[in-house]
Design a binder for this molecule. Structure first.
Ligand code: ADP
Ligand code: MG
Length: 349
């Protein structure tokens, strides 16, 4: 039956990423892409800004105003902050027009490995933000649906989602995750690797933003014929003065090598653990990479070399989870089996 109020109701799908949060509105598509950042006044504990506004404040405001990320390494670090952030994004798209305007249905993409307590916290947060029904979906599942992989068929779909805080590896078949692994090494760690490299190699103190620019500018996982270099600006730890050093793609590849190897190793182990009847499928369809971290140059080539499975980055990897969760939102009846299972938790006594 068609809900007579559905015209006014804004169902939404949210990708709760460690680096960015995306909001998809039913019938409209993705309407919000903002950093998963909350600015908090540490003296009062008050939340000052969320998303873009919060990110802008960092480093430009007094020191007691700090930016926190609700999801650190894929784990919800602060329930209160997560709740406020979800509430803020849901309320931005859900403007109540009438008293009777029904609250929206919300689907939230969460990292794999989130505990039952964390799942419950996310659901409660969305409910207190006005959601009528809240469903959760694991991010690799949503990404696979966003990539239009046949997740409900009896074949193997191999997906790797490399975000800011986590790299998630999953094999999906018949609407469920057959294997899932989460590694707390992803884009943020690669930035940190570059910061460490600058300090150890050149006594140069660089910021996270500079490190990320270098990673995106000349970072790679696999050598290519095209040589790249870029100035790295920071402060010399010894002299205390600003300094600029030219770094090459080779330098950065070396800096990233250890973390990249750990990500590749996790993928390799997952290939080895894939049941033979699904592996044949994976061999022909290949490994699908998604998430911002998958854009590191040559990563697909390195994974293909190490696993002997063809590997490619899916189209529009930064929005796959939100688009996939959006597809589930629009077709909830046919796709409800792909949603994450949640257990009923005992209420506290
Ligand atoms: P999350 O899902 O955790 O919010 P995203 O999928 O948005 O994360 O990916 C964010 C990560 O991707 C960041 O660490 C960012 O530096 C990295 N990233 C974005 N673009 C590129 C690129 N072109 N090359 C390498 N890393 C990238
Ligand atoms: Mg993500």
């Amino acid at each position: 039956m068609i809900n007579p109020f559905s015209y006014f109701s804004k169902d939404v799908a949210i990708d709760l990423g460690t680096a960015s949060t995306l909001v998809y509105v039913r019938g409209q598509g993705i309407v919000i892409v903002e950093p998963s950042v909350v600015a908090v006044n540490q003296k009062t504990g008050k939340i000052l800004a969320i998303g873009n506004e919060a990110k802008k404040m960092v480093g430009r405001t007094p020191v007691h105003i700090v930016a926190t990320r609700p999801l650190v390494k894929g784990v919800i670090s602060d329930f209160e902050v997560t709740e406020q952030m979800l509430k803020y994004f849901i309320e931005r798209v859900h403007q109540k027009r009438f008293f009777l305007t029904p609250m929206p249905r919300v689907i939230i993409g969460i990292p794999i490995g989130v505990t039952e307590v964390e799942k419950k916290a996310v659901q409660d947060a969305a409910k207190s933000a006005g959601a009528r029904e809240v469903y959760l979906i694991e991010q690799p599942m949503a990404a696979a649906i966003g990539a239009r992989l046949p997740v409900q068929e009896a074949g193997g779909n191999f997906i790797v989602d490399i975000g800011g805080g986590t790299a998630q590896v999953a094999v999906i078949s018949l609407g469920g995750l057959v294997i899932s692994k989460s590694l707390r090494i992803a884009g943020d760690q690669l930035n940190q690797d570059i910061i460490n490299f600058a300090q150890e190699e050149y006594k140069l103190l660089i910021g996270e933003r500079t490190a990320e620019e270098i990673k995106i500018g000349i970072g790679s996982a696999f050598p290519s014929k095209e040589k790249k270099e870029m100035p790295m600006r920071g402060r010399n730890i010894v002299t205390g003065l600003p300094e600029e050093i030219m770094v090459t793609d080779e330098d950065i590849r070396r800096a990233l090598e250890k973390s990249v190897r750990q990500i590749v190793q996790t993928i390799k182990i997952t290939v080895e653990e894939t049941p033979p009847e699904l592996l044949a499928d994976v061999m022909t369809k290949g490994i699908h990479l998604t998430g911002g971290g998958s854009l590191l140059r040559g990563l697909n080539a390195l994974i293909a070399k190490e696993t002997k499975v063809p590997t490619k980055v899916i189209e529009d990897p930064l929005t796959a989870v939100a688009r996939g969760a959006g597809i589930v939102l629009e077709n909830i009846d046919e796709l409800n089996e792909v949603l994450a299972e949640t257990e009923e938790l005992e209420p506290p006594h």
